[in-house]
Design a protein around this ligand. Structure first.
Ligand code: SAH
Length: 259
């Protein structure tokens, strides 16, 4: 590319991919809060809380690119293309994603696109929903007596209509002394519950649903893995919610924060 004095191409803008955490703005990292306070342009997801958005300067331009179930505001490739266009026009921007950008957030795909296009980027970690739900519901992810490993899995439903399934390696999820945390699993709760038990998980394994962790409306519902679908219906649990399964859930009555 040649630059003439008449038409200098602008310096490439920088993309800062920021983990917005679970919702409570006080759970942002100091780095993330600083990036938000200095932002002039932000592309944000549906999951980012209003309280976090309130930290942006009043004159910061905001573009909603997030996904809601079944309602894609912008296809994934378009989001990356949009960031590359802005950067090539010399505009730096913040790409704001719920939780941690590299936990079920497609952050890796977006940064791959930026990297291939030669756009400079930084990634700021965020507290992922599993960490927030764990501490705020009183359900440790690991515990010497109950769990020596943790699995974070996605319960996203695949396929259409009659052929809906969840693409998970069920046997690897059914282990003693392991905590299983499932993101995006509400819609597939009957399948998840049934498959885990079918693959040998004791039906009475403690399980919890944590809705809107860290937000003022946070709710925690506990029961057993077999009863999860009925619990979700009875308590009308809604997205965003996490499923936590394993012996650690039995600690909830003792460790749930007292106010
Ligand atoms: N990158 C995000 C996850 C995006 S996938 C992170 O690291 O947390 C979206 C799923 O995350 C939701 O379907 C839900 O399962 C979970 N989730 C996100 N925020 C949540 C919250 N505040 N409370 C409970 N679950 C949440």
């Amino acid at each position: 590319m040649t630059n003439t004095p008449d038409s200098p191409s602008p310096a490439l803008g920088h993309v800062t991919l920021v983990g917005a955490g679970p919702g409570d703005p006080e759970l942002l990292t100091v780095k993330a809060a600083r990036a938000l306070a200095q932002a002039t342009l932000v592309l944000y997801d549906h999951l980012v809380s209003n309280a976090v958005m309130d930290l942006l300067p009043a004159d910061c331009e905001r573009i909603h690119v997030g996904k809601r179930k079944g309602l894609h505001t912008l296809p994934q490739a378009e989001i990356t293309a949009e960031m590359i266009r802005f950067a090539r026009a010399g505009r730096s921007l913040v790409r704001l994603k719920g939780g941690d950008p590299y936990v079920f957030g497609r952050g890796g795909e977006e940064v791959a696109g930026l990297s291939e296009a030669g756009v400079p980027f930084t990634v700021i970690p965020g507290i992922t929903a599993a960490q927030a739900a764990s501490c705020l519901a009183g359900i440790p992810l690991t515990h010497r007596d109950h769990a020596q490993s943790v699995v974070l899995a996605t319960g996203h439903l695949q396929g259409l209509h009659g052929d809906r399934h969840v693409d998970l390696d069920w046997p690897s999820l059914v282990h003693q002394k392991q905590t299983l945390v499932i993101y995006m699993g509400l819609g597939a709760l009957p399948i998840i519950s049934e498959q885990l038990v079918a693959h040998g998980m004791p039906a009475d394994t403690p399980a919890a649903l944590i809705e809107r962790a860290s937000l003022p409306e946070q709710r925690v519902v506990t029961g057993t893995v077999a009863r999860l679908p009925a619990l979700a219906v009875a308590h009308q649990v809604e997205s965003p919610a996490l499923i936590m399964i394993g012996g650690v859930v039995s600690l909830h009555p003792l460790l749930a924060p007292h106010h």
